[in-house]
Design a protein around this ligand. Structure first.
Ligand code: HEM
Length: 124
């Protein structure tokens, strides 16, 4: 019931207007991507919204708030292998997902997460 209410508020918006997905304001560097400076703020503001991938929502069994959450689901992140990582496949719409992650992220952010995984997906 709570999730339904939160999801309704999320999709319907506080004032009844439709849910307006937009990328968070996080810019990734071309290399030496930091989990704490870049990846975590992006995931928290773009994905771990209330009722979605926060601890309460746990949509699709996936929480995207803390580094430790990324290892709870096998294959979500495969260090050094962005193409084998479900997180990257979802971000690049190579797996189905609603809302469309391309509306929740910029090209810079999608490339930035890919770079972080390729650099070893460290807690840096
Ligand atoms: C760019 C941000 C996001 C990323 C990276 C992301 C990533 C994911 C991943 C990895 C899964 C699991 C897919 C699987 O098991 O194959 C998933 C499922 C899901 N996500 Fe997201 N998500 C994002 C944003 C959101 C938002 C904002 C919402 C809510 C409005 C949401 C709702 C869901 C739902 C409902 C599922 C389950 C889908 C199903 O069972 O078919 N996600 N997401």
């Amino acid at each position: 019931m709570v999730v339904a209410t939160v999801s309704y508020l999320l999709f319907a918006g506080c004032n009844g207007s439709p849910f307006q997905p937009s990328p968070p304001n996080v810019i990734f560097p071309d290399s030496n991507v930091s989990f704490r400076l870049h990846v975590q703020p992006f995931l928290r503001r773009g994905c771990a919204l209330v009722g979605c991938h926060d601890r309460g929502g746990r949509s699709g069994g996936v929480v995207l708030e803390e580094y430790a959450h990324l290892w709870e689901r096998p294959g979500l992140v495969v260090p050094g292998e962005p193409d084998a990582s479900v997180l990257q496949q979802i971000l690049e719409a190579r797996l189905p997902h609603q809302p469309d992650p391309r509306e929740l992220s910029t090209d810079n952010q999608r490339r930035g997460v890919r770079r972080w995984i390729a650099e070893g997906a460290r807690y840096n």
